[in-house]
Design a protein around this ligand. Structure first.
Ligand SMILES: C[S@@+](CC[C@H](N)C(=O)[O-])C[C@H]1O[C@@H](n2cnc3c(N)ncnc32)[C@H](O)[C@@H]1O
Length: 256
């Protein structure tokens, strides 16, 4: 049977066959992390607060460790792996990759100049196996095959479908394996319940504000597959997890 062509630009985050309820669980509102309005004097503080909370929850609830274990497992058969972290935010995942692997070289990046500056000013800035750079995941300034692994954690939902597909194309161009770890998109009734518990706190706590928007913008497994197909016919994907815990997508170019 011929494969159906999907217009990804208008594809709902729940995928081409999302239910009516799932299609309603969407927003065009931006997270604080995505905003750049110069006329909001409090924006920089809110952004730092979200980034600090992400690092803190990653340490306390173990996501940094879980993500580092998945990333190192993906390069277990490479002696001295070269790893690119995209959208690093605070650099917590890269810190663990360097701590846990004695010879890995890690390029720690984000598109946000303030985050890159803060990471460079911290302990990663002077780590001899770390390089800190500002990189946009949709247009990675690196030659083909420069890395064994590129990892993009809890960031993919920030991008609209066209930019998201571009990250898959770019990540699989510069790295042999692209690992995307992102929020799950639960079945719609469960999703609604979860949003209802978060919403009262959203106006008060910047981390919850961004969490609600992130949840509404998370891609479903079928949406991830459609994005990968759009990114390139030679891109193979494997999906794991993702009902309530993080979903994991491993993408690579066939034959690379
Ligand atoms: C929710 S934070 C995740 C931070 C960290 N990876 C974590 O797991 O906690 C999302 C990050 O993605 C970054 N980001 C958004 N769009 C990006 C892009 N096009 N390229 C690279 N990073 C991007 C943001 O600047 C932000 O630091």
């Amino acid at each position: 049977m011929a494969e159906q062509t999907i217009d990804i630009t208008s594809m709902p985050r729940g995928g081409p066959h999302a239910s009516c309820l799932d299609r309603l669980l969407r927003t065009d509102r931006l997270e604080y992390l995505d905003r750049d309005d110069a006329d909001d004097p409090d924006l920089a503080r809110r952004k730092r607060s979200v980034i600090r909370a992400l690092d803190w929850t990653g340490q306390v609830f173990g996501n940094h460790g879980r993500f580092a274990a998945i990333a190192l497992d993906a390069v277990a058969d490479v002696a001295d792996p070269k790893i690119l972290e995209l959208g690093a935010g605070h650099g917590g995942l890269s810190r663990l990759l360097l701590d846990w692997h004695p010879t890995a070289q890690v390029t720690v990046t984000d598109v946000d100049a303030d985050s890159v500056e803060a990471i460079a000013a911290g302990e990663l800035g002077s780590h001899r196996r770390a390089q800190i750079r500002r990189i946009d995941a949709t247009a990675i300034d690196a030659p083909d095959g420069s890395f064994d692994l590129a990892v993009f954690a809890l960031s993919f939902h920030h991008l609209g479908p066209d930019a998201a597909a571009q990250v898959i194309a770019e990540g699989t161009r510069v790295a042999h394996i692209l690992l995307i770890i992102d929020l799950p998109r639960p079945p719609a009734p469960l999703h609604l319940l979860r949003l209802a518990t978060m919403l009262p706190w959203a106006p008060l706590v910047p981390f919850v504000h961004d969490g609600v928007i992130s949840s509404l913008r998370a891609y479903s497994p079928s949406a991830l597959r459609a994005l990968a197909r759009h990114a390139g016919p030679d891109i193979d994907v494997e999906l794991r997890g993702g009902c309530l815990g993080p979903q994991i997508m491993v993408a690579r170019r066939i034959g690379s």
